[in-house]
Ligand binder design. Structure first.
Ligand code: NAD
Length: 303
């Protein structure tokens, strides 16, 4: 990060520091969680369902649990064998949906191939769908009625907000069209009145699109896909990519050193979007717990 900061400083690009924003936001979330405890005697609760023994998923879940501890969210990790059936998962989710100590339910993806993933995600109570992957919440990105936004795209928006980047009327190019990052990011930026193009692996001549971007969001999972010639001078570049290299290092989708010479703002990898994804999960969970407490309070249901 300090080497990246040096390069960016020499070239005039400002680094958007996801770690700093995440730290500030988590402190506010810690205070909000403490407030719920004080006012209602309720601790926000997150249930995490982890199927199988995929090492990367194990690491992601451990990070989420640690972050929950830091802000005062109680977490419950439910580890299931790879052989679990869709039916068993649905039963578990139904039980968590009515568990009043749980305000957020997260199913760590990917799930084994035999599981009906859409059925599992759509079984989660929309008001506990803190990952934002329920069909209702995805559809809400189109119509504007979403309860929870998906965490990584939400984190991208927060980073742009933090850096005071105007979005309205800007040409935005999103590279990557996955359901969890590219498409929802594009929809959320469209909802802020940006002019959005979405590129993907079948896009012909990617550079002819990226060079037009005032804001370029890259989520392809291809190390150094974006090189300086593909970026307009003064563009804002958000690198969502996380690529683990053979030597164990982490690399983004953007060739940072060169692109930082042209960009006005840029996110580093690591230390950009990554810390924000978990932060937005915490934020959604605290939002869910507050909504639960307020609803119970207004109907005088004892908590
Ligand atoms: P994915 O594999 O589901 O989707 C990748 C998308 O990129 C697809 O739409 C594909 O068509 C497109 N793509 C692939 N190669 C391309 C190319 N050469 N040119 C243009 N488009 C191309 O991946 P995903 O889950 O959306 O994740 C994308 C990246 O973001 C990965 O590196 C992943 O690790 C990272 N990620 C980071 C966070 C975070 O918190 N920072 C969260 C989720 C994903």
């Amino acid at each position: 990060m300090s080497r990246q900061a040096d390069i960016a400083a020499q070239s005039g690009a400002t680094i958007i520091d996801g770690r700093a924003l995440a730290r500030d936001m988590r402190e506010v979330l810690r205070q909000r969680a403490a407030g719920l405890q004080e006012r209602f005697g309720i601790k926000p609760g997150l249930a995490v369902i982890l199927v199988g023994k995929d090492p990367a998923s194990g690491v992601y879940v451990a990070n989420k649990i640690r972050a929950c501890d830091q802000v005062g969210i109680h977490s419950r990790t439910i580890r299931l064998e790879t052989t679990v059936s869709t039916h068993e998962l649905l039963e578990l989710i139904r039980a968590l949906n009515v568990d009043t100590s749980i305000h957020g339910i997260l199913v760590q993806l990917p799930l084994p191939g035999h599981i009906d993933m859409p059925a599992v995600l759509d079984a989660i109570d929309v008001n506990k769908d803190v990952d934002g992957f329920h069909l209702y919440n995805i559809g809400g990105l189109v119509t504007g009625g979403t309860v929870f936004s998906p965490c990584t795209p939400f984190g991208v928006l927060k980073l742009l907000e933090y850096a005071k980047i105007p979005i309205e009327g800007q040409n935005v190019v999103v590279v990557g069209a996955s359901n969890i990052v590219g498409k929802p990011t594009a929809l959320m930026l469209m909802a802020r009145d940006a002019t959005v193009s979405i590129c993907h692996a079948k896009t012909r001549d990617l550079a002819q699109f990226t060079i037009l971007a005032d804001i370029l969001v890259v989520a392809a999972g291809v190390p150094h896909l974006i090189v300086p010639q593909m970026v307009k001078r003064g563009a804002v570049v958000i690198d969502v990519g996380i690529n683990r290299m053979p030597d164990g290092s982490i690399m983004g989708d953007v060739e940072f050193d060169g692109v930082a010479q042209k960009a006005s703002f840029i996110t580093p990898v690591p230390g950009g979007v990554g810390p924000m994804t978990v932060t937005m999960l915490l934020s959604n969970t605290v939002d869910g717990a507050e909504a639960f407490c307020n609803a119970a309070d207004s109907t005088s249901i004892s908590l």
